[in-house]
Design a protein around this ligand. Structure first.
Ligand code: CO
Length: 210
């Protein structure tokens, strides 16, 4: 109880601070949302989407899961993606991974994690695709962070493979997709990969009749 009481107190202090700056703040915010960005990030508590880019409420539409995955059978992610692209008309999708990701690390072991195995399987598939490159790295931490980067590239590519993104590219010339790496040791972001309307799409994943 004590823990949640603290959260309610923090919430009240935050709401009062916002109101003291602008008494119409919540009234205006409640009217509508027009975020320019969809953020797909890891659930890790140390990578809070809004805070690390200084975004205010209303600026960021957010989806987070373990290891920032874009799984083509995940109705949750796909619904968020479709809503953000087709209805909110976001200009940018940010796919953000981070160094030291526990989900990525778990996928690189031979340990079983019950239900989580189903999720981590998607990461093991990324490892398999880049096995030679990853196996050549001897330092474990370096290997983990290389896998994190390769996963960011893979998940950006997975976004491009969706009909939602391909249709929006064709008819609306958006969204721009950004694969970013958040460095936990420095708090800074790096750009890893970009994908934009007009970029070539692997023919086997390209829909010609959208
Ligand atoms: Co993570």
């Amino acid at each position: 109880m004590e823990t949640t009481n603290k959260l309610f107190l923090s919430n009240k202090a935050w709401a009062m601070e916002k109101m003291s700056e602008d008494s119409d703040y919540f009234k205006e915010l409640a009217k509508d949302q027009r975020p320019a960005y969809l953020w797909i990030g890891c659930s890790d508590s140390r990578v809070p989407a809004n805070e690390i880019i200084g975004a205010e409420p209303g600026e960021l539409f957010v989806h987070r899961n373990i290891a920032n995955m874009v799984v083509h059978t995940d109705l949750n992610l796909l619904s968020v993606l479709q809503y953000a692209v087709e209805y909110l008309e976001v200009k940018h999708i940010i796919l953000c991974g981070h160094t030291g990701c526990g989900g990525v690390k778990a996928s690189m072991t031979q340990n079983s994690f019950d239900l989580l195995n189903k999720w981590l399987r998607n990461l093991k598939d990324v490892y398999r695709l880049h096995r030679d490159q990853l196996n050549a790295i001897t330092d474990e931490n370096e290997k983990l962070n290389e896998m994190v980067k390769l996963n960011i590239v893979e998940q950006v590519n997975n976004l491009v493979k969706t009909s939602v993104v391909q249709a929006a590219w064709k008819h609306h010339n958006r969204p721009y997709i950004h694969g970013w790496l958040y460095n936990m040791e420095t708090g800074l972001l790096d750009s890893i990969i970009e994908a934009k309307p007009g970029d070539p799409i692997d023919p086997i994943y390209a829909y010609s009749d959208l």
